[in-house]
Design a protein around this ligand. Structure first.
Ligand code: KG4
Length: 362
């Protein structure tokens, strides 16, 4: 009998649901929350309310697009943490309610493991055409007659996880055995990009805006400070301060400095961040003698970072794994695949398991 897994993701500001059949993705639907744009960052209370509005239509659309009834589901996988507690509670409570009503097991997923395991998402080679109203929903990225989802890395591999909340180098030994060998001691890479973009008066989130501007700028136009900390750890707060202070000085001489130089500023900022990220990753790959290197998380959508991965593949003989754009940011497909592996191990989660905002609270 086929195994159908429903995945639910609600850890931050995207409400997402996905359905897998025997590990193959049938649907992946995401409702994003535009409400935060006006505030220049995610407002937790507004995020929880939007999740409450979105969760039912999103799950409904994912089941419809997969062409199954909820009674066919074998289990529900959901993000239990880390993330914003109010946001998580919506997905966790919904998953518990649905699992209880259907009498099926639940599988809890660590959001960060989900990002890493996004490299194991398998898309069907042939997808029936979708004929559903779009509305506010997006994210059905499965190509008609797609490529089968590409290759997955073999264990052990290194994964650079870079998002708005995390910058980590993870040694991935198996689906469930992951060791964080390096991480940021202050800000995450995405957070630094978003804050610098805010300082420049650009929109939110800054990542895609900086990426677009950087393509037209000179990456060597400006120099910003780089951290000098031991091991595989990262730090981005010094860079953020150096960006802010330099900008203040330059604006004193030319009040329109940002307008005149925004492309060069974006390109130089991006280059500095990519250099910082790749230096530690290179060191880890060399020390551990690992040549399979993956990238995951929202910042892995960045063009400069993707180019650096391809460049390292050429220069150092790495085999690199870069996710499809739709699987870089938060999505339920990655939660469903992580849940599928746990389901095969019968690693279920009790009804009493609470959401957790930090790993240390688990
Ligand atoms: O993984 P993610 O969707 O969730 C959070 O951790 O919240 O990552 C979001 C982060 C944001 O900081 C955003 O600015 C960044 O990913 N991001 C990018 C790009 N697209 C999204 N950063 C650089 N270049 C991009 N193209």
């Amino acid at each position: 009998m086929a195994v159908y897994i429903l995945g639910i993701e609600s850890s931050c500001d995207d409400t997402s649901a996905a359905v897998l059949r025997d590990g193959i993705l049938l649907s992946n639907v995401t409702a994003s929350q535009a409400v935060h744009e006006a505030y220049g960052g995610v407002v937790p209370e507004l995020a929880s309310r939007a999740h409450q509005q979105n969760i039912v239509p999103v799950v409904d659309a994912a089941l419809k697009r997969a062409g199954i009834e909820r009674e066919q589901l074998s289990a529900i996988a959901f993000t239990r943490g880390p993330g914003l507690l109010g946001s998580l509670l919506v997905g966790v409570s919904f998953a518990k309610g649905l699992a209880a009503s259907l009498g099926i097991p639940m599988v809890d997923v660590n959001h960060l493991h989900g990002h890493v395991l996004a490299h194991f998402i398998k898309e069907p080679t042939l997808q029936p055409p979708l004929n559903l109203p779009e509305g506010r929903l997006s994210g059905q990225s499965l190509p008609f007659g797609g490529d089968g989802g590409g290759q997955s890395p073999e264990f052990p591999f290194l994964c650079l996880l870079v998002s708005g909340g995390n910058s980590q180098i993870i040694l991935v030994k198996s689906y469930k055995d992951m060791e964080i060998i390096g991480q940021t001691i202050d800000d995450a890479a995405g957070e630094a990009i978003d804050k610098c973009s805010k300082v420049m008066g650009l929109g939110y989130p800054g990542g895609p805006i900086i990426d677009k501007l950087a393509r037209q700028g000179n990456p060597d136009a400006f120099t910003f400070s780089k951290p000098n900390i031991p091991g595989y750890d990262y730090s981005f707060s010094g860079l953020k301060t150096s960006f802010l202070y330099n900008l203040r000085d330059w604006i004193k001489d030319d009040p329109d400095f940002i307008e005149h130089h925004k492309e060069d500023l974006a390109a130089s900022l991006e280059k500095t961040i990519v250099d910082i990220l790749m230096k530690k990753l290179r060191l880890a790959a060399k020390d551990l003698k690992i040549k399979q290197v993956a990238v995951a998380g929202g910042v892995s959508a960045n063009t400069g970072l993707r180019n650096a991965f391809h460049d390292h593949a050429r220069r150092y003989g790495w085999k690199v794994f870069i996710p499809r754009f739709s699987y870089t940011t938060d999505n339920a497909a990655m939660i469903a695949i992580a849940g599928y592996f746990k389901f095969l191990d019968k690693d279920f989660c009790p009804m009493s398991a609470p959401a957790y905002s930090r790993i240390s609270e688990k």
